[in-house]
Design a protein around this ligand. Structure first.
Ligand code: HEM
Ligand SMILES: *[C@@H]1O[C@H](CO)[C@@H](O)[C@H](O)[C@H]1NC(C)=O
Ligand SMILES: *[C@@H]1O[C@H](CO)[C@@H](O)[C@H](O)[C@H]1NC(C)=O
Length: 331
């Protein structure tokens, strides 16, 4: 009787220690690759620097991939998978995501130094940080230890990624579904301080907004006329324009000033300031105004939100795999 109770106690203790190890192991950490891939940071930085030197916009395209990844099945690099159900071709964003060749180059360079240990999901997180930094934005410690998923989820992408014509309420609830709040919506929308969007994405705002036959009344007049010259009726939908007019390649807080001036390019940008749904817009408008006045506050908050976004349902421990080729699951 006595022996048995001692046995139970030690088994209980062992289980507890085991659970604790699992719990610790499943948390992401900044030094995850310290022993197994010490040069990881340098390798990624070098490749992203080259890519951005070659084309400045690439920083924006790469940053966006981390977002598109994390919102669908968590940050598991599912956005990178080719083939059936690929998240690269959701109905709302067909042919929109770019930068996959650069990710391949980074992955190959990493594999060359430390084969089979660094996940594509972690590579996307590092690339996103470097892209922001190389565009003049803030830096942060990237938490690592994610593993790669084995199934792309195109339907999930259609549901989870907000559309540029969604209401503010819908955008907030899309973010809420992955554990992000209103502050994160506004600070992360600030990622549109860099990059471009295609006419196909926003020209309805210029010519036939909500089937009114006219433009979106929240667009400032000179911006409207400039944009109408870029995106003609039935013109080339692939023509692009800066998301942050007059400050397109610099990661700064100018995007928020544009929103005050009615110069947000996408409807989803402008409604952060101009939505007439008072129940939520009071909060987003106040945040837009604070970030406009206080660049340091924007940088502090966007860093917090980027880390939060990078923490969305990571695969850790024994889940998932470390893909050899980011475009395909290991055979
Ligand atoms: C709030 C909801 C969001 C909506 C509705 C949205 C929508 C869009 C759209 C429609 C485009 C242009 C796509 C094209 O022209 O094909 C775009 C581009 C971009 N998005 Fe977002 N986005 C959102 C949030 C985010 C977040 C959270 C990030 C990153 C943290 C992000 C980063 C970017 C970047 C950097 C670009 C420019 C990409 C390039 O130039 O290649 N977006 N977004
Ligand atoms: C959003 O969450 C952060 C913590 O992650 C918190 O500091 C912030 O106040 C929250 N914002 C809102 C509007 O609840
Ligand atoms: C605006 O779009 C609607 C729906 O597609 C269409 O019926 C209408 O004719 C368009 N108006 C103009 C002025 O193009």
């Amino acid at each position: 009787m006595k022996y048995r109770s001692v046995d139970y106690n030690s088994i209980f203790l062992l289980i507890n220690v085991f659970m604790l190890c699992l719990a610790v192991k499943s948390d992401l950490s900044a030094d995850f690759y310290k022993q197994i891939c010490p040069d990881l940071y340098k390798i990624v930085r070098k490749e992203v620097t080259n890519a951005v030197k070659n084309e400045m916009r690439m920083a924006a395209s790469l940053l966006r991939l981390h977002f598109l990844d994390c919102f669908v099945n968590g940050c598991d690099a599912s956005i990178l998978l080719d083939g059936r159900n690929s998240e690269k071709f959701p109905t709302s964003n067909l042919n929109s995501a770019r930068g996959f060749e650069v990710v391949d180059k980074v992955k190959n360079a990493v594999e060359g130094a430390c084969s089979g240990v660094v996940s594509c999901a972690d590579i996307l997180a590092l690339i996103a940080r470097d892209s922001v930094l190389l565009s003049g934005g803030p830096s942060w410690k990237v938490l690592l230890g994610r593993r790669d998923g084995q199934v792309p989820n195109q339907r999930g992408a259609n549901l989870a990624i907000p559309s540029q014509y969604d209401t503010l309420d819908t955008i907030i609830s899309n973010f809420g579904n992955v554990g992000l709040n209103v502050t994160d919506v506004v600070s992360l929308s600030g990622a549109h301080t860099i990059g471009r969007a295609r006419c196909a994405i926003f020209s309805k705002r210029l010519w036939n907004f909500s089937n009114t036959g006219g433009p979106d009344s929240t667009i400032e007049k000179t911006m409207l006329s400039d944009m109408q010259h870029v995106c003609l009726v039935n013109g080339d939908g692939n023509e692009v324009s800066a998301l942050d007019q007059n400050s397109n390649d610099l990661f700064d807080n100018h995007y928020f000033q544009n929103l005050l001036d009615g110069k947000g390019l996408l409807r989803s940008d402008q409604i952060l300031f101009s939505s007439d749904d008072e129940s939520v817009s009071m909060m987003t408008r106040a945040l837009v105004d604070s970030y406009r006045r206080n660049p340091k506050l924007f940088f502090d908050d966007v860093v917090k939100s980027m880390i939060k976004m990078g923490n969305i349902s990571p695969l850790t421990g024994l889940s998932g795999q470390i893909r050899k080729n980011c475009r395909a699951v290991n055979s």
